[in-house]
Design a protein around this ligand. Structure first.
Ligand code: OGA
Ligand code: NI
Length: 351
C-alpha cells in the first residue's frame, strides 16, 4: 500500500489582525516584508471582462455575450459576473460580523485544524524562511453538506451558519450555470460536463486583510493560482486589492458593485486541455482600510480522474497534461505546498 505522506505539522504564526491593531508596533516584522515586491499597481488601464449572466441565459440570450464569455475564459481566466441574482447582503453582514468579534471569540470553537486546514487561522506555513501573508482566514468545508464539520463553523453572529449555508447553495447554482455554458462554448456535452463536477467538494476561504503601515512591502496573499476547478469570489467591502497576471503584468481588479469575480482553476485548465487558463493572482493591502473577501472553490467529483477531456484533444493535438486520480491530486497538492513548486507545472507534459 502507499506509504503515508510525510507532511510536517504547520508552524504557528501570529494572528495578523491582532498584530496590525497593536498600537505599539513601530515596524512590520521582517517575515512579512517582501524585498523584491514591485509596486507596479499604478496606471494599468486594462479592465478585466464583465459578463452579464442574464445575457447567457434564455430570457435575454445573446450570442455576442456567449462569445465574450468564451474569450474571457480563454484569454483572461478571470471575469466579473453581473446580474447573477445572488443576494449578498447577509454574507456581507455576517462575514464582517465574524471578523469584528474579539480575537478570543473568533477562536472560540473554530480554531484551525491541521489535517483539513479547516477553521480560523492563517495560510499554512512550513518553514521558518517562508514569507508570511498579511491576512487571516476562516476556511470551511461547505459541500457536500455531509462534509460540513459544524465544530469549525462560528456560532456567532447567530445567523452565520444559516447565511453561509444559503450562500453555499447559491454558489452551487452559479457554478452549474457557468459550467453548462462553458460546455456549450467548448462544444461538449453539457450534462456530462456538469456531472463531472456534481457532488464535488466546495470550500470557502474567508479572507481578512488588516490595514498595514507599509502596504507596498507586504502581500495579503502570495502569487498563486487556485488548484481547484472554479472559484467564485465575493468582495465583502468596497476595498480593492486583488491583482491578476495578464501579459506579464499585474492588473489590479476594480470590482463593480455587487459583481462576483469568477476564475478558472488549475483543474479546469487541465480538463479543457489548456483552452481555459488558470491565472496567477495575488492580493495587495491598504494603508488605512481593512479588506475582506470570500473565495468559494469548487472541485471535481472525487470519482472522476483529472485529465484532459478526450473530446477536447482535437485531431493533430496532444494531451498537454497528465492524468491523475483525485486522491493523488490531493497528495500532489500537499507536496506542492511543501516545496513551493507550481502545481500546473508538475502536471504539464512535454516540458
Ligand atoms: C484566494 C484569493 C483573492 C482575494 O483566496 O485564493 O485569491 O481577493 N483571494 O481575496
Ligand atoms: Ni486565489
Amino acid at each position: 500500500m502507499a506509504t503515508k505522506p510525510t507532511t510536517s505539522v504547520p508552524l504557528a504564526v501570529d494572528n495578523v489582525q491582532a498584530l496590525a491593531s497593536n498600537t505599539t508596533l513601530k515596524a512590520i516584522p521582517p517575515r512579512y516584508i517582501r524585498p523584491q515586491l514591485s509596486t507596479d499597481h499604478e496606471n494599468n488601464h486594462h479592465q478585466i471582462p464583465v459578463i452579464d449572466l442574464n445575457k447567457l441565459t434564455h430570457q435575454q440570450f445573446s450570442p455576442q455575450e456567449m462569445a465574450k464569455f468564451h474569450q474571457a475564459c480563454q484569454d483572461w481566466g478571470f471575469f466579473q459576473l453581473v446580474n447573477h441574482g445572488v443576494a449578498e447582503e447577509e454574507m456581507i453582514r455576517d462575514v464582517s460580523g465574524f471578523f469584528e468579534l474579539p480575537l478570543e471569540a473568533k477562536r472560540d470553537g473554530c480554531s484551525q485544524d491541521a489535517a483539513r486546514m479547516e477553521g480560523y487561522g492563517q495560510s499554512f506555513v512550513f518553514s521558518e524562511e517562508q514569507k508570511l501573508d498579511w491576512g487571516d482566514m476562516l476556511f470551511l468545508y461547505t459541500r457536500p453538506v455531509l462534509s460540513r464539520n459544524l465544530n469549525h463553523w462560528p456560532a456567532l453572529p447567530l445567523s452565520f451558519r444559516e447565511t453561509v449555508s444559503n450562500y453555499s447553495l447559491e454558489m452551487e447554482r452559479i457554478k452549474t450555470l457557468l459550467l453548462g455554458m462553458m460546455a456549450k462554448n467548448l462544444g461538449i456535452d453539457e450534462e456530462k460536463f456538469i456531472n463531472m463536477f456534481s457532488d464535488g467538494t466546495q470550500t470557502m476561504r474567508m479572507n481578512y486583510y488588516p490595514p498595514c503601515l507599509e502596504p507596498s512591502k507586504v502581500l495579503g496573499i502570495s502569487p498563486h493560482s487556485d488548484a481547484t476547478g472554479l472559484t467564485i469570489l465575493l468582495q465583502i467591502n468596497e476595498v480593492n486589492g486583488l491583482q491578476i497576471r495578464h501579459d506579464g503584468r499585474w492588473i489590479p481588479v476594480q470590482m463593480l458593485p455587487k459583481a462576483l469575480l469568477i476564475n478558472i482553476g488549475d483543474v479546469l485548465e487541465i480538463v479543457s486541455n489548456g483552452r481555459y487558463k488558470s491565472i496567477e493572482h495575488r492580493v495587495v493591502v491598504n494603508a488605512e482600510k481593512e479588506r475582506m473577501s470570500v473565495a468559494t472553490f469548487h472541485e471535481m467529483n472525487r470519482n472522476v480522474a483529472i485529465k484532459p477531456l478526450s473530446e477536447l484533444v482535437l485531431e493533430g493535438e496532444v494531451e498537454q497534461y497528465k492524468s491523475i486520480h483525485a486522491e493523488e491530486f490531493v497528495k500532489l497538492l500537499s507536496s506542492h505546498r511543501l516545496d513551493g513548486k507550481n502545481l500546473l507545472d508538475l502536471m504539464k507534459l512535454d516540458k
